[in-house]
Write a protein that binds this ligand. Structure first.
Ligand code: SF4
Ligand code: MG
Length: 311
């Protein structure tokens, strides 16, 4: 049994008086215990909707999410419920998820308690101070309130609180994008270490492939609600095949200054409410050819959804 197994997931958002948006349009992925899956894509591609569905915070419109072989049920409004299921999420904006009226120590203690309630061995040995040190913060920060901290410190506190609950699955939705560029790689590596050493699976979501590749065992690239390429990190990084993945990689400056081809993706990602016909990427694809505007490629067993590779 995989820890997490998502098949054909559809998440559709209703909007008053307007066409519903199919943010996730048939996604399948899986994640094992102690494994890190990096999910990459531009903003608006459906990454957050996928994350929220996986955590039980949004009810799927279709498809199936199995956590430990059992269907993940939407949790509704019970705020502590995700901790009790063994799933923890770290959001992009930690201010929204930390309680401004409670000291840091009390909020991390909530996480520890949730882990203990689930009977996680080791949870009771954790202390807020020790967890703060693990995420690179001084122990005495425990006495402070969230608004007394910098954005980067709050993000680390949110990670400490999530890890405190000893989750079996940790989901980070852009967990590093509020941090200074210099701290991003360090915090991403720390999340990986904390997840892997406790045997949890980590679904790490970011628009930044150059950070994701530092910590992910496998990468999945998402475009307009679909996964267009997936594979082991080294393969995707060194031999990207889908034109969208190639464009994402080309946008990353090479550290030695040699530079990859600075390919600009023409135009913005299309509107998820009215996705293009055929291949959703065709209006921006530099390699589009006859039929790409009519036939939608499926994700093949070799991990790529592009008509260039189907025979
Ligand atoms: Fe480009 Fe066609 Fe491949 Fe889509 S199917 S990515 S349009 S070549
Ligand atoms: Mg998002």
């Amino acid at each position: 049994n995989r820890l997490l197994s998502v098949s054909d997931l559809v998440v559709q958002h209703r909007r008053a008086g307007r066409r519903p948006v199919r943010a996730v349009a048939g996604v399948s992925l899986d994640l094992g215990a102690g494994e890190v899956l990096g999910l990459v894509g531009e903003s608006g591609c459906g990454k957050s909707s996928l994350a929220r569905a996986v955590c039980g915070l949004t009810a799927p419109t279709g498809g199936e999410i199995l956590f430990d072989g059992r269907p993940m049920r939407p949790l509704g409004v019970r705020r502590r419920a995700p901790a009790l299921t063994g799933v923890q999420m770290v959001f992009q904006d930690p201010y929204g998820s930390l309680n401004p009226r409670r000291r840091v120590s009390a909020q991390i203690a909530d996480g520890i308690r949730a882990g203990a309630e689930r009977g996680e061995r080791g949870a009771t040995k954790l202390t807020p101070g020790a967890l703060l040190v693990r995420v690179g913060l001084p122990e005495d920060l425990a006495d402070r309130y969230p608004q007394e901290l910098s954005g980067g410190q709050r993000q680390r506190v949110a990670i400490a609180r999530a890890v405190a609950a000893r989750p079996r699955l940790l989901v980070g939705d852009e967990p590093i994008s509020a941090l200074d560029a210099s701290a991003q790689a360090q915090v991403a590596r720390m999340m990986r270490a904390l997840a892997v050493e406790s045997g949890a699976g980590l679904l790490f979501i970011s628009h930044d492939l150059s950070v994701v590749r530092l910590i992910a065992d496998r990468i999945a690239v998402m475009y307009l609600g679909r996964i267009v390429e997936t594979g082991p990190t080294a393969e995707v990084w060194e031999n990207p095949r889908h034109p969208y993945t190639r464009a994402l990689l080309a946008a990353i400056p090479h550290p030695d200054g040699a530079g990859r081809l600075p390919v600009e993706l023409p135009g913005d990602a299309s509107d998820a409410a009215a996705p293009p016909s055929g291949c959703r990427f065709h209006p921006r694809c530099p390699l589009a050819f006859e039929g790409c505007d009519r036939e939608e490629p499926q994700l093949a067993a070799d991990g790529v959804a592009c008509r260039l590779y189907s025979s």
